[in-house]
Structure formats: C-alpha cells, structure tokens
Design a protein around this ligand. Structure first.
Ligand code: NAP
Length: 215
C-alpha cells in the first residue's frame, strides 16, 4: 500500500521511516524537497520517496498528517483537497498555540468545544480522518518499549473501517488501541498532548506514554 506522509518535521520523518520498515511504499511530503532534513532522510531511507505536498497526497492511498497545528489547514490546501477524497487520513497534529506554556501547560488555539480534527473533517468532508499518534513523543511512536508493556493509543474518527485499519497499523507499531468514538472525541484526545508534555516542560522528563487500565 502507498502511504503519503504530509510533513517533514521529526514526526513526519519518524512515521515515514516506520511505515517503510513495515513494508509500505512511502512518500514523505514537504514544501521544499531540497531542505537538509528531507535530503538526509532520503539518504538514510533510499527506498523512500520525497515530494511536494500535492504530489504526496496524490501518491498516498493512506495519508498521514504531520504538520504544525497552526498551519495544518494551509498544508491541506497546498496538498489539494481533492487528493484527500475517500482516503483514510491519520491525523497526528495538535492545535498548539504559538504562545509560551504556563507552568509547563501548553496553550491551544482550540477550545474544549472544538478540536483541530473537527475543523479538518469539515474542511474535507469526504476524507476519513482518524486521530492517532498525537498523544506521545516521536521517540515512542514506533515499537515503544516500556516495562509496563505496550502503551495505549487513543483514537477517534467517524469511519469504522478507517479506525479498524489504523488499529491494525498501531498493533504492528507496538500499540494497544482504544477507540474513543467519533470525531468530537478529538476534543479530549488532542489535549492529552498537553498532559504528556507537562513532565517534560517542568522537569525535562519525556520518556513516558499513557496506558488505560481496565478492571
Ligand atoms: N514532536 C513530537 O514529538 C510530536 C508528537 C506528537 C504530535 N506532534 C504533532 O505533530 C505535528 C508535527 O510536529 P513536528 O514536531 O514533526 O513538526 P512541526 O515543526 O510542528 O511541523 C513541520 C511541518 O509543518 C510544515 N509547515 C510549516 N509551516 C507551514 C506552512 N505555512 N504551510 C504548510 N506547511 C507548513 C513543514 O513544512 P516543510 O516540510 O515544508 O518544512 C513541516 O512539514 C504537530 O502538529 C505536532 O503538534 C508532535
């Protein structure tokens, strides 16, 4: 299967390499294919492809959004709304506002009555968005190793088939998955990023992940 990763930051590069390791045909998308990080990724991943956002969105049968939260809608427009039609889109983004955290608590530009993924789902109604990978640091996105066993990835989205596929991918990537329901659940899943970052921002502790314990 062809995967188009929209984003060449650390998350885009980590997920692009992870999908390659799992045997997918991968293109990593950027506005600038001559950027040093992109060239370095291409040298280290010779079977991976790189391309502009639109080329990448066209290429991918499955898409991953890994762009800065404030610019994600801009990136989707650059990628071409028509290139998302009917596709499963894993949304790893967070709506982090460009202001200083307060005592380690990041600021969001969304409220608790809305979320970035709801905005994206409205922007591209035909795409099948699934929130995933947003509530953990990039170092643990692929094959995380914790003494407490596999951590839990909280996902949500409106399309059951899309969530089943993402759940299977997450199992291959070393995760347990909890489906939290429809797109509105992104209002709860996106802020997990704020919680995840607090120990890092306060105490420089970044090596953790969430796990849901059930009776
Ligand atoms: N860092 C983490 O560990 C982590 C963990 C979980 C979730 N996340 C979320 O994942 C997303 C990506 O994070 P990141 O740290 O990898 O990188 P980032 O710096 O937040 O985003 C980099 C990407 O955003 C694109 N971009 C920047 N300005 C743009 C614009 N005006 N229009 C279109 N695209 C633009 C860049 O394009 P170019 O390729 O052209 O430079 C690049 O592909 C964020 O939403 C973040 O909150 C991050």
């Amino acid at each position: 299967m062809k995967v188009g990763i929209l984003g060449s930051g650390i998350v885009g590069r980590v997920l692009a390499s992870a999908f390659l390791k799992e045997g997918y045909n991968v293109m990593m998308g950027t506005r600038n294919t001559a950027k040093e990080e992109v060239l370095k990724w291409a040298r280290e991943n010779p079977i991976g492809k790189t391309g502009h956002f639109a080329e990448t969105a066209q290429f991918g049968e499955l898409l991953v959004l890994a762009t800065g939260g404030t610019v994600t809608e801009e990136a989707v427009a650059l990628a071409g709304i028509e290139n998302f039609s009917g596709k499963i889109v894993i949304d790893a983004t967070n709506p982090i506002a460009p202001s200083q955290p307060e005592n380690g608590v990041l600021k969001f530009f969304t409220t608790l009555d809305n979320s970035l993924m709801e905005r994206l789902q409205k922007l591209v109604p035909t795409a099948r968005f699934v929130k995933a990978f947003n509530s953990v640091g990039n170092a643990f996105m692929y094959k995380p190793q914790f003494a407490g066993g596999p951590p839990t990835m909280f996902i949500c989205g409106n399309d059951a088939e899309a969530k089943n596929m993402v759940t299977a991918i997450l199992a291959d990537f070393g995760w347990e998955t909890e489906d939290m329901g429809h797109v509105q659940a992104a209002r709860a899943i996106e802020p997990l990023c704020i919680l995840w970052c607090i120990p890092g921002l306060l105490r420089n502790q970044w090596s953790h992940a969430f796990k849901l314990l059930k009776a």
